[in-house]
Write a protein that binds this ligand. Structure first.
Ligand SMILES: [Zn+2]
Length: 303
C-alpha cells in the first residue's frame, strides 16, 4: 500500500475512534478531505530532514507555512556555516555562500570546509568572477597590492547571515507546526482538536487573532534528541527535534498546569528534573490516544 493511502486509512480509523465518523480531517484546519486534496507532510519540515508521517490538506500545505518554514531553512543554513567555521562539524561541509567585507569593498565567495584523511581540516574560499562586481574585484586586487607595499594590513570580515537572515518568530512558528503535527501523529485527533490546541492551530495557519507564544529551547540540556517526552504531572509534552525542544500542552490536563510549568521552567533557567514517559518519534499517524486513552499514560515514569 502506498504511504499516502496508509496514512489516510490511519486517519480515518482515528476519526472513527475520536467520534467524528469515517473521514480524514486535515489536523490543521479541520476540513474533511479525500486523498486527492491531501498532501504528505514532512515532520519536521523536509529541508531539515523530516519524514513524511501525516497528511494535511493542500490549502494548509501551500499557505503561510512555506513563508515561515523558509526562515527555518535559512537558520539551519546559517547554523551549518557556523558549525563549519567553528569546528563543530567534523566532516566536509557543503558549499556555503558567504560575504566578505574589507572597508567598503564587498565580495561574494563560496566557502567549504574540507577534512583530510589525516584528520586535519582547511577552508576553501572561492571568489568567482561571475558572482562579483568587476569594480569590487579590481579594487580588492589594489588592496592586496598595498600589503606588498606595506601600506596597510589585509583585514576582512565575513558575514554568514547576508544570504540567510531569518525572522526568529517565523522559526518558532515552523517548530510549533512540526511539534503540533508530531503530537497529532502520536496521539491522534484527540490532541489536534482538543481545546488546548485551538490557538496553536490558529497560529500555525497564520491567523494571529490570538498571540500564542511558543515555548522553544535550542539547548537539549540532557533531553534525548528526536523523541517525545510526556510530562503528565506538569501537564505538558516535550517534542524533541535534532536542534530544538518544543513544549506543548497535554490535552488531558488543565492548561493552567502547563502554563505554571513554563513559568517555573523559565525561572529555573531551563534546568529542571522531571519525571517523564518516553515515546519514540512517530513514523506514521499512530493516534494512540484516539485508540485507547489509557495507552498514552503509563504508570512507570522514567527518572
Ligand atoms: Zn487544512
Amino acid at each position: 500500500m502506498k504511504k499516502k493511502e496508509k496514512i489516510f486509512k490511519e486517519g480515518v480509523r482515528n476519526s472513527v475512534c475520536f467520534g467524528t465518523g469515517e473521514a480524514y480531517f486535515c489536523p490543521m484546519c479541520g476540513s474533511p478531505c479525500n486523498t486527492e486534496n491531501l498532501t504528505l507532510e514532512h515532520v519536521p519540515q523536509d529541508s531539515i530532514s523530516g519524514k513524511e508521517i501525516i497528511l494535511t490538506c493542500e490549502t494548509c500545505n501551500n499557505s503561510s507555512g512555506h513563508l515561515y518554514e523558509y526562515d527555518l531553512s535559512k537558520m539551519f543554513k546559517q547554523n551549518e556555516i557556523h558549525k563549519a567555521l567553528f569546528g563543530f562539524l567534523d566532516e566536509t561541509s557543503e558549499i556555503h555562500r558567504v560575504f566578505f567585507k574589507h572597508g567598503d569593498i564587498h565580495l561574494n565567495a563560496d566557502l567549504k570546509k574540507e577534512i583530510m584523511p589525516d584528520g586535519s581540516s582547511f577552508f576553501r574560499i572561492k571568489m568567482l568572477k561571475e558572482h562579483n562586481n568587476p569594480e569590487e574585484l579590481r579594487r580588492s586586487s589594489e588592496v592586496l597590492r598595498q600589503i606588498s607595499d606595506n601600506k596597510s594590513p589585509f583585514e576582512f570580515s565575513i558575514s554568514t547571515s547576508k544570504y540567510n537572515s531569518y525572522k526568529k518568530t517565523n522559526v518558532e512558528t515552523a517548530y510549533l507546526k512540526s511539534a503540533f503535527l508530531a503530537l497529532t501523529s502520536l496521539l491522534g485527533y484527540s490532541f489536534a482538536f482538543s481545546k488546548h490546541c485551538y490557538h496553536i492551530r490558529l497560529k500555525i495557519l497564520g491567523r494571529n487573532s490570538y498571540d500564542y507564544a511558543p515555548c522553544i529551547s535550542y539547548e537539549h540540556n540532557g533531553v534525548p534528541k528526536s523523541c517525545i517526552l510526556e510530562l503528565f504531572e506538569h501537564g505538558s509534552f516535550l517534542v524533541s527535534f535534532e536542534d530544538a525542544l518544543v513544549f506543548m500542552p497535554h490535552p488531558l490536563c488543565d492548561i493552567s498546569i502547563h502554563n505554571r510549568f513554563l513559568d517555573t521552567l523559565k525561572e529555573s533557567g531551563g534546568r529542571m528534573t522531571c519525571n517523564f514517559v518516553l515515546h519514540e518519534f512517530p513514523t506514521s499517524f499512530v493516534g494512540i490516544m484516539d485508540r485507547d486513552k489509557s495507552v498514552a499514560f503509563r504508570e512507570d515514569p522514567i527518572q
